[in-house]
Design a binder for this molecule. Structure first.
Ligand code: OGA
Ligand code: ZN
Ligand code: ZN
Length: 405
């Protein structure tokens, strides 16, 4: 039996270039009177037949019968078009017949322009990366009350969060339920081992490094989780009068792209060296042992940055990689940390501010501050997951323009 343990995986070739000999693509050309002809792979059209044997409208989902014994050689015997009704018909070699409305085909057209449109309009808006010196320009401000009462403002906030990875909310009441109300406007909060909401303030015998008055260097929250929270929200209840307690932010995707361009070998090291992240201890009555192993820079199937892991306190002293990978990682990481500092921005929130940011993309921190009885800093934190944010964003967009995608 094949055991996909870590050693086997490490031996897999990482050359992901497509094989030289590819199966013929067999395209069906659909003439569109209004625009350029569309092209679709025949197998895709068969798989996406809209008839009641193949598709269940009430769940908007494909029925599985075809896949019990999928004939990948299924062919088009005849095709025709009803120009008035704008419907495309196919008779298949397996005896099946299908019809597709043109509007449905246009929405799924494989042309590069249409795929691009779908990805940025329906999937996720394109991210705009920024350096710290651009922060004042890209920083968008929203007001708590408008987010609670107005759907188009809510949509704008979530859109900005997706595009820039950061948005500032002002004039929230100094009350404990602000983050819950904002989360409920989106969907629901993400609970972690630190509870639903967590209080960031200087505490004797703190359970987490962040709960000290010391400087908190740039980091992502909870890199020790496989499913880490996607969006962090920090509500300032009380702010220290001391010069410290300044928020620091860097767009780490910007830094990663700069490294890809200027230091490609060190970029590769940060993408391919798994690092051990850890949070072991307890909060209140809950004991936990959270560990996760993943690189600092994580790429998706198309090579784009999807997640940054970085936290000096939460990086484990276990480093489960071969000896020769250790020093190159430190050198690459020192470069990354230096560049993240160089491209950071700093600002100090005031009571009633809610700072919201993308925890997969931005690194954040704060400068140290004095904490005395008369000079207190108290931040309330909570998380929401990106899946929930994107879903809400699409629902809001659809409600605003029902004819759209
Ligand atoms: C944290 C954190 C920021 C702050 O608790 O993880 O980033 O301003 N706090 O104290
Ligand atoms: Zn069918
Ligand atoms: Zn943090």
């Amino acid at each position: 039996m094949f055991q996909a343990d870590r050693r086997d995986v490490a031996c897999l070739p990482i050359n992901l270039a497509p094989p030289k000999e590819q199966a013929p693509s067999r395209l069906v050309r659909v003439p569109d009177p209004d625009r350029q002809d569309m092209q679709f792979p025949d197998i895709w059209l068969r798989d996406n037949c809209r008839c009641e044997e193949c598709y269940l409208p009430q769940t908007l989902s494909r029925l599985p019968q075809l896949w019990n014994n999928l004939d990948t050689n299924v062919r088009v015997l005849r095709q025709s078009v009803d120009v008035d009704q704008e419907v495309f018909f196919i008779e298949w070699s397996d005896g099946h017949a299908s019809q597709y409305p043109f509007s449905w085909l246009r929405e799924r057209d494989f042309s590069p322009e249409n795929r691009e449109r779908y990805l940025s309009d329906s999937y996720r808006p394109e991210k705009k990366l920024w350096s710290g010196r651009d922060f004042e320009r890209i920083r968008k401000v929203f007001y708590y009350e408008e987010l609670i009462t107005c759907d188009s403002k809510l949509q704008e906030w979530l859109h900005n969060l997706a595009v820039y990875g950061v948005a500032l909310i002002k004039e929230a009441p100094i009350e404990m339920d602000v983050l819950r109300k904002l989360s409920n406007r989106i969907g629901f909060m993400r609970r972690t081992t630190y509870g639903d909401e967590f209080s960031v303030r200087a505490q004797p015998g703190a359970s987490n490094y962040a709960y000290l008055a010391a400087p908190l260097p740039l980091h992502t929250d909870m890199p020790y989780f496989e499913y880490l929270p996607g969006v962090t929200m920090l509500h300032t209840l009380e702010q220290s009068e001391s010069p410290g307690g300044v928020n620091l932010l860097t767009d780490a995707f910007f830094v990663a792209e700069l490294m890809r361009e200027r230091y490609p070998e060190q970029f590769r090291v940060l993408c391919q060296t798994p690092v051990d992240w850890a949070d072991i201890g307890s909060d209140g009555d809950l004991k936990f042992h959270n560990i996760w192993r993943a690189p600092v820079i994580n790429l998706d199937a198309e090579g784009r940055c999807v997640r940054i892991n970085h936290s000096i306190p939460q990086r484990d002293s276990h480093f489960s990689v071969p000896l020769e990978q250790v020093r190159p990682w430190y050198e690459a990481m020192a470069r990354f940390v230096g560049m993240a500092q160089e491209h950071s921005c700093g600002f100090k929130t005031t009571p009633g501010d809610v700072l919201t940011f993308d925890n997969l993309r931005l690194v954040h921190g704060r400068t140290g501050y004095d904490d005395t009885d008369r000079n207190v800093r108290h931040i309330l934190g909570a998380f929401v997951d990106w899946d929930i944010v994107y879903s809400r964003l699409r629902v809001l967009r659809h409600a605003a323009s029902p004819g759209g995608p």
